[in-house]
Design a binder for this molecule. Structure first.
Ligand SMILES: C[S@@+](CC[C@H](N)C(=O)[O-])C[C@H]1O[C@@H](n2cnc3c(N)ncnc32)[C@H](O)[C@@H]1O
Length: 205
């Protein structure tokens, strides 16, 4: 990783993921996590303040980026839940089969290079009946927005640490054999439409 990807990108992404509409999204989904929880692509730990310490018994965060983990430290210290950080990739996690009650993914499926492999690993580490709780931005349903997403994506991805604008989030989750329950979707207010189309909900293993 060069200086840009190692130092600038994690800070840029932390700012972009800390807007008011995104914090509102975190408030909606993070409290759904229960029991033994794995957070994939924990980044700078922006979800940590939203976990319900009465429902979560333990938390593991995985991310390949050490800089993000350093940025997460103040929030990690304030957390009243045992937290372990694993430096690694979602596509091949050094974690046991059928271990977690919940896997949380927020704004990570856009960036993980092989989303299909990451979801297959998510399925593997969840207990039967366990839940993937997700909130992601992705492919917009409107043709004109989707066309702009395709145009802009190559440059966007280069500048923003591999983030893709147009992944079909719900289809990817279904393709990984999850039973997707109710999910919600909308363009986040105050966010450019190409990056603002959000889907969130949960899926059962
Ligand atoms: C846009 S950030 C989102 C961070 C965090 N999930 C949030 O909601 O603020 C994407 C995160 O995915 C992480 N990431 C990139 N490749 C990954 C991989 N192969 N496995 C796990 N996480 C990865 C990045 O390091 C980064 O922290």
């Amino acid at each position: 990783m060069g200086f840009y990807n190692e130092v600038i990108v994690p800070r840029l992404v932390t700012c972009a993921c800390g807007t008011k509409p995104i914090l509102k999204q975190r408030q909606k989904v993070v409290p759904l996590a229960k029991g033994a929880v794995l957070e994939i692509g924990m980044g700078a730990g922006q979800n940590l303040p939203y976990y319900d310490s009465n429902s979560v018994t333990s938390l593991v965060g995985i991310d390949p980026c050490q800089t993000s983990w350093r940025l997460a430290q103040p929030r990690a210290k304030a957390l009243g839940i045992p937290l372990e950080f694993v430096e690694g990739s979602a596509e091949s996690m050094p974690l046991p089969d059928a271990h977690f009650d919940t896997v949380l993914m927020t704004y990570s499926l856009c960036t993980i290079p092989d989303a299909g492999a990451a979801l297959a690993e998510t399925y593997r580490v969840l207990k039967p009946g366990g839940r993937l709780v997700f909130c992601e931005h992705g492919e917009a349903p409107d043709a004109s927005v989707a066309q702009w997403q395709r145009r802009v994506n190559p440059t966007w991805r280069r500048l923003l640490g591999g983030c893709n604008l147009n992944r079909p989030i719900v289809s990817l989750i279904r393709d990984a054999q999850f039973r997707v329950g109710r999910f919600d979707q909308m363009y986040l207010p105050g966010t450019p439409r190409i990056a603002g189309y959000n889907v969130w909900g949960s899926a059962e293993r």
